[in-house]
Design a protein around this ligand. Structure first.
Ligand code: ADP
Ligand code: MG
Length: 373
């Protein structure tokens, strides 16, 4: 059986990371009762570890002996997967480490990655379907975006949000007791008391999207971390001291364009689904070297409400108030909230809050560059 599995490219040894804190806190039981028996029946050897705290998965993968495993599987939400990607890309041997297949079995509140993987095959986003996909050893390549914020750098596989969506996502935390209706209820509240944010969005358009925004004449220093696509990555990277730094590519020849606010909402996506029932970026592809950017500037409240009702099938993008474009690189210069002297907006990338919207965050003039590896 083992030789046969090998011939099919199926995994024989998996490192499994279970987040007992994910979602409804039942990942441990679900793993024992529903997942482990399937993996055992498929004759897969599992090394299992439970995360004890935030960033634990990142710490584990940073020092894990990868040669022992055919893949790492997260029994969790998207958060642990993001930690694993960051752990791998911060290793000295990141270039080989990142080739290790990764899997996710949905046990969290946010399962956008599993949903994005299973949905095109017509499969429901369920624990057995995800487990079977792992057993079959199906693989797809995935773009990783580098997010730079001053001296800080991290790797993103899902999204970056600012404005309405980020405010709803993060500020509604205090209504967690409601369960998932908290998002809809708080979104209604936020639409009624709509906020707008000053700021600029700069981007390098993907082919076909050159007409969006206005040309930028001069692009200042982005610390040289401009990268374009997977192919570029392979040909231009130099050996780095520790972890992937991003290839150094000249800014010359890149056509930057810019859109000026005020903005209601900004949503940058690497994959179509941000959660099981939200499809903000229906045109997003796993490895096209592009991020899908959705911008809403001026928009009447009634239209926003209408869009909210069409989030689950992605048809909201047809609204005339939605600007949908694909970019190769991206930079956000967030400003203050319109009509408010000090407050900025929350910025969240893959669940990591990189700006809280407080006074200091605005004064320090955050600049983000998101680009490709
Ligand atoms: P969900 O989709 O429900 O948010 P995730 O698996 O994405 O679930 O995990 C959410 C967060 O929980 C991650 O940021 C992760 O670092 C954190 N975490 C992992 N293990 C623990 C733990 N033992 N206690 C508290 N938080 C944890
Ligand atoms: Mg993409």
């Amino acid at each position: 059986l083992r030789d046969y599995m090998d011939s099919l490219g199926r995994p024989k040894n998996l490192f499994i990371i279970v987040n007992p804190f994910s979602g409804k806190k039942c990942a441990r039981t679900v793993f024992k009762n529903e997942i482990k028996p399937l993996l055992a029946a498929a004759d897969i050897d599992c090394t299992i570890i439970e995360t004890k705290h935030r960033n634990h998965a990142q710490e584990i993968t940073k020092s894990l002996d990868l040669l022992k495993y055919d893949g790492i599987v997260c029994v969790s939400g998207d958060g642990v997967l993001v930690e694993v990607v960051n752990g791998l890309l911060n290793r000295e041997d990141w270039a080989t480490a990142i080739k290790l297949p990764l899997g996710v079995i949905p046990a969290g509140t946010g399962n956008g990655m599993v949903k994005s993987l299973l949905d095109p095959a017509g499969d429901l986003c369920s624990i057995p379907n995800a487990t079977f996909a792992v057993i079959r050893g199906h693989k797809r390549s995935l773009d990783v975006a580098i997010v730079l914020q001053g001296e800080k750098k991290f790797f993103s596989v899902l999204l970056l949000i600012w404005g309405l969506v980020a405010d709803v996502d993060i500020e509604s935390e205090k209504y967690r007791w409601m369960g998932s209706p908290r998002f809809d209820i708080y979104a209604l509240l936020r639409i009624m008391k709509l906020r707008k944010y000053h700021g600029h969005v700069h981007f390098v358009p993907a082919p076909g999207y050159e007409a969006y925004g206005e040309p930028v004449k001069q692009v200042d220093n982005f610390k040289g971390h401009i990268l374009l696509s997977k192919q570029d990555q392979e040909s231009t990277t130099t050996v780095q001291s520790c972890g992937y730094q991003g290839p150094e590519i000249s800014l010359e020849g890149l056509e930057w364009r810019s859109i000026v606010g005020p903005f209601v909402s900004l949503w940058v996506n690497n994959v179509p689904f941000s959660a099981e029932n939200y499809i903000p970026a229906p045109k997003a592809k796993f490895s096209d070297g592009c991020l899908d950017v959705i911008i809403v500037r001026n928009c009447p409240r009634s239209a926003l409400l209408g869009m909210m009702l069409k989030m689950s099938d992605g048809s909201y993008v047809k609204s005339p108030y939605v600007m949908y474009l694909k970019v190769k690189a991206f930079r956000l210069e967030p400003g203050k909230r319109v009509g408010h002297p000090t407050k900025g907006g929350i910025i969240d990338s893959d669940g990591e809050v990189i700006a809280r919207g407080d006074e200091s965050a605005v004064n320090s003039e955050h600049k983000y560059l998101m680009d490709y590896g």
